[in-house]
Design a protein around this ligand. Structure first.
Ligand code: ZN
Ligand code: ZN
Length: 87
């Protein structure tokens, strides 16, 4: 169950496993959690929004348009948008 902190997609820069890590984002003013790989690369948390169904951040940004982002959860397959409801 705690493998939910691991990201399904590998690091885009080096291919290493990424782990949800507290207080690593943004770089230089670390106050938020983000995915970080073993080599210290970070994934922008705005591209790994929390799944509304199972609560993990193991999500993939599919596309974005007119202020809305479309995601799919890699753990449970739930598709969702961010922000959640259209304006
Ligand atoms: Zn990396
Ligand atoms: Zn999910």
């Amino acid at each position: 169950m705690e493998n939910s902190i691991l990201r399904t997609a590998p690091c885009a820069e080096c291919g290493a496993e990424m782990m949800w890590t507290q207080n690593v984002w943004p770089p230089g003013a670390e106050t938020s959690a983000a995915y970080r790989c073993l080599n210290g690369h970070l994934a922008d948390p705005s591209t790994t929004r929390q799944c509304p169904k199972c609560g993990v951040h193991d999500t993939t940004l599919v596309t974005s348009a007119t202020g809305q982002q479309f995601f799919r959860c890699a753990q449970c397959g739930e598709p969702f948008t961010f922000p959640r409801s259209p304006p």
